[in-house]
Write a protein that binds this ligand. Structure first.
Ligand code: SF4
Length: 333
């Protein structure tokens, strides 16, 4: 039997990531065409707060083209605001405090927050206005969760797992709603929601799930791939929530039959992972360029995995327009 790879489809870039990367590329391109890629004042053509998307290759590539990445706005000199250097907010969104700081310092903000993350921010504001306490299922410290909780820290209660439900205490007359991070595991979140409903039967849910289309589509595809594979390789960075969830979903699908691994790129593959393996499943997180997947496939081909098939579960055609600030509309920051 020919050893083969099974590719999950859909995998890789989602509409929000595509838009965020294109945002920075568009600014860089405009700077290049007006001769401002290298400036006399030593300022860069664009600053980006945090990793624009959670993938180290994407970030390195944009940094090589001239973008300067910072953790906090405090690292950006006042001269940059005075010179009108754009500051891009990443796809994961920011808390109102960050927007306020940018406004106070007169920064030219281009907000690349994914519209589907923006939807959760708006839900928080709406439910708080209507007097709800919000239980938010997310990962502590993740950029997206920090931004969403920051909308109303006193009314948003973050939990990570079903086990955390016991620590919550609300009187029956409390209006409760549950929201979640966009990149969670669909199955694990269902367990957490069940635990919440058991403890607070009156809890409400938003009209549509906060787990985004890209997350659920990629998890559904990798689940099928794992069922047909002896091991699975997920391409994606360690800080990419959806890539790590894909690895967990793949591991669940494999069960005792094999292991799921996560790599940033082909250089991290270990030959011993594939001893006795006939079929390797492959997928990639929503922030991963397909070249990195191609690199992994080529490396596996050189180890004898010459067969190839693809498991397609759905065709995606989601597309988001560039941020308003790049379309000549006023910044909302
Ligand atoms: S994973 Fe979903 S929420 Fe996150 S950037 Fe992509 S489309 Fe937006």
């Amino acid at each position: 039997m020919t050893k083969c790879v099974v590719l999950a489809d859909p995998r890789g870039f989602c509409a929000g990531v595509d838009r965020a990367i294109l945002t920075v590329q568009t600014i860089l391109k405009a700077a290049a065409s007006s001769g401002k890629l290298v400036r006399d004042d030593g300022l860069p053509p664009v600053y980006v707060r945090r990793q624009i998307v959670h993938n180290k290759h994407v970030v390195e590539d944009l940094a090589n083209q001239g973008a300067v990445f910072v953790q906090e706005l405090g690292e950006i000199p006042d001269a940059a605001a005075a010179a009108g250097i754009p500051v891009v907010f990443s796809a994961h969104g920011v808390s109102p405090l960050v927007k306020e700081e940018a406004k106070r310092r007169g920064m030219h903000v281009v907000d690349a927050t994914c519209p589907l993350v923006g939807k959760v921010h708006r839900e928080v504001l709406r439910f708080v206005r209507e007097g709800y306490e919000i239980i938010y299922i997310g990962h502590k410290g993740h950029d997206e969760a920090v931004g969403v909780v920051g909308e109303s820290p006193e009314h948003v209660h973050l939990i990570e797992h079903a086990d955390d439900v016991a620590s919550l205490d609300f009187a029956p007359e409390t209006k409760l709603v549950l929201l979640s991070q966009t990149t969670l595991s669909v199955d694990e979140t269902a367990g957490t929601i069940a635990a919440l409903k058991a403890r607070f039967p009156w809890i409400e849910e938003p009209p549509s799930s906060d787990i985004c289309y890209a997350t659920s589509n990629r998890q559904a595809a990798v689940k099928l791939v794992a069922q047909q594979s002896d091991c699975v390789v997920i391409v994606g960075s360690a800080n990419s929530s959806n890539s790590v969830r894909l690895m967990e979903v793949a591991q669940e699908g494999l069960g005792e039959r094999g292991k799921a691994y996560r790599v940033d790129d082909a250089s991290e593959l270990k030959p011993e992972w594939f001893t006795g393996v006939e079929v390797v499943g492959i997928s990639s997180g929503a922030s991963v360029p397909d070249e990195l997947v191609s690199g992994v496939i080529e490396a596996l081909q050189s180890q004898g995995f010459t067969g190839m098939k693809s498991v397609e579960t759905i065709k995606e055609n989601m597309h988001f327009v560039l941020p308003a600030e790049l379309r000549g509309k006023p910044s909302r920051a």
